[in-house]
Design a protein around this ligand. Sequence first.
Ligand code: NAD
Length: 366
Amino acid sequence: MSSAKKLQKIEVTAAKPYPVFLGAPLEELGEYLHSQFKDLGHILIITNPVVAELYAERLQKGLLDYRVNFLFVPAGETEKSLERLSQLTTAALRCGSDRHTLVIALGGGVIGDLAGFFASAFMRGIPLIQVPTTLLAQVDSSIGGKVAVNHPAGKNILGAFYPPRAVWTDFTTLDSLPWGEVENGLAESIKHSLIADSGLFEFFETQAESIKQRDASIWREMVTRSVSVKVRIVSQDEREQGERALLNLGHSFGHALETKMNYRGVTHGQGVSIGLVAAAHLANAKGLMTEAEVDGIKRLLNIFGLPISISGQDPQGLLQLMKADKKNQGGRKILILPQGIGQTIISKECTDPEILDAWNQVVEGN
Ligand SMILES: NC(=O)c1ccc[n+]([C@@H]2O[C@H](COP(=O)([O-])OP(=O)(O)OC[C@H]3O[C@@H](n4cnc5c(N)ncnc54)[C@H](O)[C@@H]3O)[C@@H](O)[C@H]2O)c1
């Protein structure tokens, strides 16, 4: 029996179903590929030098029967570009890649999005395995099939829905993740709890200290429960026609802030954190959430060192930036709002003064 059969997995039941393996050792991916791909000869591992230094050897151990090439991409969001895509294509052709090549995306969300988009376009699509190594990638970006590169006009402008054949999640890769990167994943994971799992929110509250101390079994549960939320939502609405939009909770506010600050001085996780607080205040103003619940969210984010306010910003300018949000419909702002803890709604009813009030609650010195 292949060892993959013994691994914990959650199935994404989209048009093309695929498993998300949890606690899957890097060394055992090769065995799984043997069981799934009969005529596979060549593997391209797209990764970055930091991740490769830490984990390439372990992954390679299981791939000895295959011809393997590594393509390295420097770290950073700016690498999600058309230029890098073109360079990857040239390098892939040079090492004899063809329609029977399989891509392994080994890294965080940048590698997952870039390698995924490459896999979707190379020879009109070659198989992709996501091997996420950041918390954000494990709980969020590796699941759901969204792949993309950026364009000077904006983030993720060129992209596709291209589901991987499997997501292979080895929790031990998180051991080396710097805390700043952990925060980005925590913000998304707390977001998942607010959207659809009040039990996970309580878990964050009761296990906060163990999470901060990186207790392995607690992290395992945190990732698994968070993955369950994401899998459930993308399985119901793979192409974001409805329910999947709920995953944008906190992001309309967060993106406006990141854009205003030119992606400097605020990380994505920090932007989401402040965005969650702003959305909670707005929900409170609309009677969807109690003040005690808003305080509970702020307290939780605070415990993990995530910000709940920002100074030196102009709320009016931030409101204006939200007008450009691609989720808006015909001039109406579409906002995702929490309804208590563990439920979320899509609201088309938020007025500019209400949104401005929410910004005022999170911008210090106003
Ligand atoms: N496709 C989606 O659905 C989706 C969802 C959310 C975010 N995203 C995208 O994800 C990207 C952000 O991803 P991210 O937060 O993973 O950042 P990232 O991919 O930039 O990785 C962050 C840093 O962590 C390092 N790193 C990765 N794994 C490591 C490990 N195990 N140990 C030590 N260092 C490690 C990397 O070298 C990198 O410098 C953004 O481009 C965003 O648009 C996509």
